[in-house]
Design a binder for this molecule. Structure first.
Ligand code: GAP
Length: 437
């Protein structure tokens, strides 16, 4: 059984996570050989497995467990008018002050004194900076069209909502359209690892409903999303709500789901009451009729929207922080089984015994059709366990000499470190049951 768990020790835990992420291939700094680029990261071999598992869980929960939610994968670059209609060209701004001496910029809201916090130089008056990332389309110099990389993933959902309705049989209000996709922001202060990046991924649900039901659905999605996050975190008690008083230009009401034990910022997902802001503006700017006709009630109206908009990368970071545990003799990532990069590792007890390697390979090949399986034959068994614990692999299977006689393997549990003998024929069933697949 587990003993000697050390409690979370915030700031240095973050450093340890950053280091583990690089060392074990979860996350690498972007463009590192060129000195990096602030606010950009690459997901390595284990990181991409974990991120894909996470996104798949979210996707399945949204689309399979809610009958009236369908998916979308919209373009990153849209007609630039989209960002005028959405209010981002005008309102997606940060007032900044700049130091006249070292030219460092700071959010005006964060600065309480008149001198630069870095060099004590004099600061300029606040100036407005837009955080949309512009891009140019076209090949002829002087004849290029300016557009933007999307500043929030959800806008394509509004643009396509009529296409979704007309192409999906039986979809009626209330219904949802969900999407996982990249967003880009010229963040003034990128930093804190994955927390504030310039390129990041969002998972969004836009829930279309009648005005009279907004309150009900806002409460429903607030609780539904919180329960989902609780189901994937190792310490669900570290999750909480925060109600915003200062609202984004599109929102009438906003709550965050927070990871309260975070040593950096806490916001993980926003639950926003967007009302008819987006659809009304897109109708106005495009000239298209974006109203919905309810045939049963004979009523035409612009749907109201409740949005749940979360950060995939922030969730990834918070899950790592939450799972990271130092015990007396090991570091263990107590990740949810379904999210861990590998579900199972297979080892031959000794790498120089061909009969053990052959049997272990047979088991590995058989399991890999259903699970993501790690193979390790280096070092001794203790080192292999240590290595798998550190990346969160829930089960390790060892083939030893007895296996050749009794057709059983040793299965060791990551969290309890207990070992049991399991028949090879029963191994898949054992893993399915234990992993709760
Ligand atoms: N569509 C609404 C929207 O984009 P937001 O609160 O600006 O709302 C939603 O963003 C989520 O996206 C945040 O809760 C956060 O998890 C994630 N996010 C926002 N900016 C981010 C950044 N610079 N780096 C990483 N994640 C970010």
């Amino acid at each position: 059984m587990q003993t000697n768990d050390k409690p979370a020790s915030s700031a240095d835990k973050m450093e340890k996570i950053v280091s583990l992420c690089k060392r074990r291939g979860f996350v690498f700094p972007g463009s590192e050989i060129y000195g990096g680029l602030q606010g950009f990261y690459d997901f390595g071999p284990l990181g991409v497995e974990m991120k894909n598992n996470l996104k798949q869980l979210w996707w399945q929960w949204m689309t399979r467990e809610h009958e009236n939610i369908v998916g979308l994968d919209g373009a990153i670059i849209t007609n630039p008018k989209v960002w005028e209609a959405s209010g981002h060209v005008k309102s997606f701004v940060d007032p900044l002050v700049e130091c006249k001496k070292c030219h460092h910029r700071f959010k005006a809201d964060d600065i309480l004194v008149e001198k630069c916090p870095d060099c004590y130089g004099e600061l300029t008056e606040p100036r407005i900076y837009n955080i949309l990332v512009p891009t140019e389309l076209g090949v002829i110099e002087g004849d290029k069209t300016r557009s933007y990389l999307r500043g929030e993933a959800c806008q394509t959902i509004y643009l396509d909502y009529k296409n979704v309705l007309s192409s999906t049989r039986g979809l009626k209000i209330p219904f949802g359209i969900c999407q996982i996709g990249k967003a880009f922001r010229n963040e003034v202060t990128p930093g804190n690892f994955l927390f504030r990046q310039r390129e990041f991924e969002q998972w969004d649900l836009q829930w279309f409903c009648h005005e009279s039901e907004m309150d009900k659905w806002f409460e429903f999605w607030k609780n539904e999303r919180m329960n989902w996050y609780k189901s994937i975190f190792t310490h669900p008690e570290n999750l909480g709500f925060y109600e915003h008083e200062k609202l984004a230009h599109y929102a009438k009401k906003a709550f965050d789901i927070e990871y309260t034990a975070s040593p950096v910022g806490k916001e993980m997902e926003g639950i926003h009451w967007r009302g008819d802001w987006d659809l009304s503006n897109h109708a106005k700017f495009s000239g298209e009729d974006l109203s919905y006709f309810d045939a049963e009630k004979n009523e035409k109206f612009i749907p109201q929207i409740v949005e749940t908009s979360g950060g995939v990368d922030r969730t990834f970071l918070f899950l790592m922080l939450d799972a990271y545990t130092e015990e007396e003799d090991r570091i263990v990532l107590k990740l949810n089984y379904k999210i861990a990069p590998y579900q199972v590792a297979v080892f031959p007890l000794l790498a120089n015994k061909p009969e053990l390697v052959a049997k272990a390979r047979e088991i590995y090949n058989n399991l890999k059709k259903e699970f993501n399986v790690a193979w390790d034959e280096r070092g001794n068994i203790g080192k292999r366990y240590y290595s798998q614990d550190e990346i969160g692999t829930p089960f390790c299977v060892t083939v030893d000499f007895e296996t050749l006689e009794d057709k059983m393997v040793t299965v060791r549990n990551r969290d309890t470190m207990q070992q049991e003998r399991v028949e090879i024929n029963e191994l898949k069933k054992y893993l399915f049951n234990s992993l709760k697949f």
